[in-house]
Design a binder for this molecule. Structure first.
Ligand SMILES: Cc1cc2nc3c(=O)[nH]c(=O)nc-3n(C[C@H](O)[C@H](O)[C@H](O)COP(=O)(O)OP(=O)(O)OC[C@H]3O[C@@H](n4cnc5c(N)ncnc54)[C@H](O)[C@@H]3O)c2cc1C
Ligand code: SF4
Ligand code: SF4
Length: 374
């Protein structure tokens, strides 16, 4: 059993120092105050939320496929949500999210408690590297649930730019009651490049057999495999795949495509990780203390900077001396640790690290760090 003791460095000048400017550490991610100006029910459990920021705030400059975080009063930590509209179609000071309200979720409950239009919020972003590539290959999109958001933004962007590419969009939902954005998909089809096609294929996994549904059934990734990969309807040599939604769906879909011979460079995804997913781990042997992860982290204390730590085998106590950014004068960090309890699993730090030192599956970490459960 390991005991963790976290002690801030005792700085004798603490009281004399000005208030810390913690935003300095997040300078690649802009935070903008705004208000929820519209909430629309998309299905029985999914809402569309529009946030309008002050007219004078600088534009988000997001790319289709990126995400931001939403922080509301009364809930400590923000949550990550994909931008659900192509930025070219969004008003400069607005962002739109599709949010699935889950049972027992903190932010989900916040939305369920009362009408939240006019509530003040903070939106931070843009984050993430998900987005269209520049090839002419067929675009194959696979989304599930609220994963519609980022894929909708991608195909809106492609349609707006009149990209000369075919596109198949496989969308997995449980029943017809879980389908939404059908009119938007039809509008994209009508506006698609005239020499190419856009096909939206909703696949239902739980629709009852005695109803009027004539469309595809089963799990979306299974359907893709049996009807398009195994039958060679899709030429695997000329596609690029874009996944968005639940991690399990994406993991299965990626396996299907890789088994069929699609190289991993041709597959991009945006996984909606949540608090059940593992927090990433920093391999301190690879870390060069370059600060990049600190510049994108969405909250102040998800990545803890420490100036020293020691572990005693006799007592089992690991003592971590933390550095408080902008507060602990003249002291710099020597080791970074991810705080499991604060991390919102946005994986922005994983994307940002130029040295591949942060990974959700990083097993090669020094033994003493394995002991640490902050
Ligand atoms: C990059 C990124 C983009 C995302 N984009 C979107 C998006 O566009 N739309 C969207 O709806 N979500 C998106 N998410 C997920 C989102 O960030 C939240 O995790 C989700 O909305 C749950 O928040 P909550 O506060 O309601 O639940 P939490 O309070 O965080 O979770 C509470 C409990 O609910 C359980 N739980 C959490 N998530 C789920 C789930 N999905 N199904 C079942 N049980 C769950 C957990 O076990 C936990 O104990 C994204 C996540 C990431 C990392
Ligand atoms: S994934 Fe990384 S950046 Fe995101 S909250 Fe966790 S530690 Fe912070
Ligand atoms: S981005 Fe990577 S290398 Fe740079 S400080 Fe963070 S973990 Fe270390």
């Amino acid at each position: 059993m390991t005991t963790i003791k976290t002690s801030g460095f005792n700085d004798p000048f603490d009281n004399l120092l000005p208030s810390p400017d913690t935003a300095i550490q997040r300078k690649r991610v802009n935070s903008r105050p705004g208000k929820i100006t519209k909430i629309t029910n998309l299905t029985h459990d999914t809402i569309e939320v529009t946030v309008t920021c002050d007219k004078n705030t600088p534009p988000f400059n997001a790319k289709a496929g990126q995400y931001g975080t939403l922080k509301v009063d009364g809930i400590d930590r923000p949550r990550a949500y994909s931008f659900a509209k192509a930025p070219v179609l969004e008003k400069k000071n607005q962002v739109t999210f599709f949010i699935r309200l889950i049972e027992g979720g903190e932010l989900s409950d916040w939305f369920k408690q009362k009408k939240r239009t006019r509530e003040k919020v903070i939106v931070s972003g843009p984050m993430g590297k998900f987005g269209l590539d520049k090839s002419n290959d067929t675009i194959v999109c696979i989304a599930g649930g609220s994963g519609m958001s980022a894929i909708k933004a991608l195909v809106e962007q492609a349609s707006h730019q009149s990209l000369a590419r075919d596109c198949l969009f496989f969308y997995g939902a449980r029943t017809q009651a879980d389908l939404y954005c059908l009119e938007e998909m039809e509008a994209i089809k009508q506006q698609w490049h005239p020499d190419h096609s856009f096909t939206f294929i909703p696949v239902l996994s739980e629709e009852s057999h005695d109803c009027d549904w004539q469309g595809p059934r089963g799990f979306v990734t299974e359907y893709l495999k049996s009807h398009y990969i195994d039958t060679r309807q899709l030429d695997i040599n000329h596609i690029k795949a874009f996944f968005c939604g639940p991690p399990a769906m994406i993991d299965h879909g990626v396996t299907v495509l890789q088994d069929a011979g699609l190289p991993s460079e041709a597959i991009r995804y945006d996984k909606f990780e949540d608090i059940r997913s593992p927090a990433p781990v920093i391999d301190n042997r690879k870390c060069t203390l370059c600060d990049e992860c600190l510049l994108v982290k969405p909250i102040d204390n998800c990545i803890v900077e420490t100036s020293a730590f020691s572990h005693s085998r006799q007592t089992g106590i690991t003592d971590i001396e933390t550095v408080r950014p902008g507060r602990t004068s003249g002291l710099y960090y020597s080791t970074l640790l991810i705080n499991n309890d604060q991390c919102i699993r946005c994986y922005a730090c994983v994307d940002a690290c130029p040295h591949n030192a942060i990974s959700p599956a990083n097993l090669a970490i020094p033994q003493v760090l394995k002991l640490i459960q902050l």
